[in-house]
Design a binder for this molecule. Sequence first.
Ligand code: PLP
Length: 405
Amino acid sequence: MIRINENYLKLKPSYLFSEISTRVAAFQEANPAKEIIRLGIGDVTRALPKACIDAFHKAVDEMAFDSTFKGYGPEQGYAFLREKIALSDYQARGADIRSDEIFVSDGAKGDTANIQEIFSADIRIAIPDPVYPVYLDTNVMAGRAGNPDDGRYSAIVYLDSTDKNHFIPDLPKENVDLIYLCFPNNPTGATITKDQLKPFVDYARQNKALILYDAAYEAFIKDENLPRSIYEIEGAREVAIEFRSFSKTAGFTGTRCAFTVVPKDCRAYDAAGKKHLLHAFWNRRQTTKFNGVSYPVQKAAEAIYSDAGTIQVKELIHYYMNNASLIRQSMQSLGYACAGGENSPYIWVKTGLDSWEFFDMLLNKAGVVCTPGAGFGRCGQGYIRISAFNSHENVARAMEKIMKI
Ligand code: PLP
């Protein structure tokens, strides 16, 4: 008898975006003439930078001739891309990361989902609340989360991120083996300083724990004093794996390219307490289960680091951050406390109402779609997330409509 993985039965239905779609469809049917502006789902709206498109085209043309055609590439990514990443994203900022510590992939979603399989089934995990749902759900699937209990899972240590701690969770009070962190944060938009990040690195070193650091929104950091990488913190190489993505940085959500950094001295332990290096484990996992990102896509990603690409990506980020400022200012002028939007594309708005009630109010009265914070965890209740990923015209019109309510 074929049997299922019963851990899947413990998953909460992922109804957030389907419920949003249902409510938006009902509104549209009842009000066919009304305009709807979507500031909900975190997908980008602007085209790939020209430098990326040019490189993409050129690489596709190379595939047309036997002499330049590329078959399977290295599972870890082509050296031309890994070297640019190591140099520009790390060494230029004083972070000691080398190109052979970078694993190019087709997305940070897959990497943050898959990484847990190199760890034991009985480790104790700390996950922030609210959270990008992938970290939690993949551990539920793997049987590490325990049982659902009043909206949470019995074996997970939740790191509450609330306005009381400015959306930077406290260190876990109990011993944990694995800590997920995400900065700039989805959904709260919060960022972390070096002084705030250092205690997490120290905790991991003292407790033989590991940090999984999701920096998918790093490119939106404007404040030069904020760390863009956990490897800007001393001692992080041994205790942290970092995830990055070109999705939001350069509009690659549909093109798919990202990378994960596993430093060669990053370690974990077996049951006997013997140390093992995770680079070899992740390399083994990737070479067994993944055949690399297509050559044209990696060429398009490489172009982000060219002179023209650097300028174009800056313009792209600036465009969305201009939207973010407008959203933040508009919501604050209406008296709502906001996090995010200064070094991140998400604005986390404290509504004073139930998240879904406020969602319905914005939809019905202004035709604006946001994301109810309760969908990201218990601590998201009472909040909504507004995304800066839309045209400036749409964002400006959405804010005007909200101001008129
Ligand atoms: N990590 C975070 C925090 C995200 O918000 C997202 C996408 O929304 C991802 C990872 C996934 O990125 P990718 O498109 O590279 O799979």
